[in-house]
Design a binder for this molecule. Structure first.
Ligand SMILES: NC(=O)C1=CN([C@@H]2O[C@H](COP(=O)(O)OP(=O)(O)OC[C@H]3O[C@@H](n4cnc5c(N)ncnc54)[C@H](OP(=O)(O)O)[C@@H]3O)[C@@H](O)[C@H]2O)C=CC1
Ligand SMILES: CCCCCCCCCCCCCCCC(=O)[C@@H](N)CO
Length: 350
């Protein structure tokens, strides 16, 4: 007869095994995001996270096309990216300058990239172009609410539409060799797609919408080549120390800064390496630090989980955590309001 604690020991061992075994299996599963000899198109890669991703992928042997508006920044970035190349004689590098928030810019970019790539579409498209305008929502000009959607959601959506129509065209599918590696479409969302805070009313909805498109495509792509023709991934970073982050801090309310103080700031290189590692593991919904994984764990619903068991167990614990966290976070905002009022709108209560 087992004592009660023995049952617990067995239960813990089984549960532990179920978590550890898939992790070890994942470790030996091989690279699911091979870029050596491939052509990768990255939007928003003239600075910040995008540039760090481009350099990392160049060092792994990828040919790179970067897209942004400012030509000076593009030229400088391309030199840096070239300097990181694994084999400069075999890899090729190009930039395309365009405003991706303009309707149909993406179609022209893809056509130009294909022409440059000798008639072949890029094997991987990673959308990173984006910006953030944090402010109290009623102070945010309506034009900003729209332009945030244009650059963060529509630019990525139109890019996805243009490239998927290349990858999944009847002729491309007919030529596709069985067993050849899938194409990859990567969106860059944010942890704010899981849980949004005060001050991010213009930004978070754009990133949540993008994640929702990712969820849809992750299922819809199962239609093509048994789900092996193309894969979609959504990367949700936390705070990254970039020029973009410095710009957003200029308009960010103090209370927003206080709440996001909990988020460990990553360098663009750290975030790039962490996202790429998870892509190589074959994950769909990707976070880049521990806070991101806590925030993601309360958003899974029906989304594709990486380590299914580990993620599920985590949802049980974090649902309890949230009982306290939500009170704490809302309480901080309420206190801030009582102390400061809304700048310029309400008289300060004495
Ligand atoms: N920094 C952070 O804390 C976080 C950032 N993110 C997301 O990660 C991505 C990268 O962020 P980060 O590295 O900070 O960004 P940066 O602001 O540092 O860089 C943004 C890049 O996008 C380009 N870009 C911006 N607008 C357009 C446009 N309309 N058309 C074409 N290119 C454009 C910029 O070049 P140019 O201006 O010349 O066009 C630049 O190359 C963004 O999508 C951002 O929302 C997510 C979570 C946290
Ligand atoms: C159990 C879970 C605990 C959760 C506590 C949550 C505390 C709030 C963290 C907010 C982090 C905001 C990062 C913003 C990144 C970004 O996308 C912007 N910098 C771009 O503008």
């Amino acid at each position: 007869m087992f004592e009660a604690y023995s049952y617990w020991t067995i239960a813990c061992l089984v549960l532990g095994g179920l978590i550890i075994i898939p992790t070890i299996m994942g470790f030996f599963a091989g690279n699911k995001f091979e870029v050596d000899g491939k052509t990768v198109l990255l939007t928003g890669a003239s600075e910040g996270m995008g540039k760090a991703v481009a350099k990392e992928l160049a060092s792994k042997g990828a040919s790179i096309v970067i897209v942004a508006r400012n030509v000076g920044k593009l030229e400088e970035a391309l030199e840096e990216i070239k300097a990181s190349a694994k084999d400069p004689s075999a890899q090729r590098f190009q930039y395309i300058s365009t405003d991706l928030s303009e309707p149909s810019a993406a179609l022209l970019v893809i056509a130009e990239a294909i022409a440059w790539n000798k008639g072949n579409s890029p094997d991987i498209v990673w959308c990173l172009a984006g910006s953030s305008y944090p402010a109290f929502w009623i102070d945010t000009p309506v034009s900003k609410l729209r332009s945030q959607m244009d650059v963060n959601y529509w630019a990525a959506t139109e890019m996805a539409h243009a490239i998927l129509n290349e990858w999944l065209s009847p002729s491309a599918l007919a030529e596709r060799m069985v067993g050849s590696p899938p194409k990859h479409l990567v969106f860059t969302s944010s942890v704010l797609a899981f849980y949004s805070t005060v001050g991010y009313g213009a930004y978070s909805p754009t990133k949540a919408a993008l994640r929702s498109l990712g969820d849809t495509l992750a299922q819809e792509l199962q239609i093509y080549g048994g789900g092996e023709a193309a894969k979609v991934h959504v990367v949700c970073p936390g705070t990254i120390a970039t020029a973009g982050f410095e710009r957003e801090n200029l308009t960010k309310p103090e209370i927003t800064k206080q709440l996001e103080d909990a988020d460990p700031i990553g360098s663009p290189e750290e975030v790039a390496v962490s996202a790429i590692k998870r892509l190589e593991n074959g994950e769909y919904l990707i976070v880049c630090n521990w806070l991101g994984s806590l925030m993601r764990s309360q958003s899974w619903s029906g989304m594709r989980r990486g380590n299914w068991l580990l993620e599920t167990v985590m949802t049980w614990f974090t649902s309890l955590l949230w009982i306290f966290l939500q009170r704490d976070l809302d309480g901080k905002v309420r206190k801030y309001g009582i102390k400061n009022g809304h700048p310029g709108t309400y008289p300060k209560k004495q």
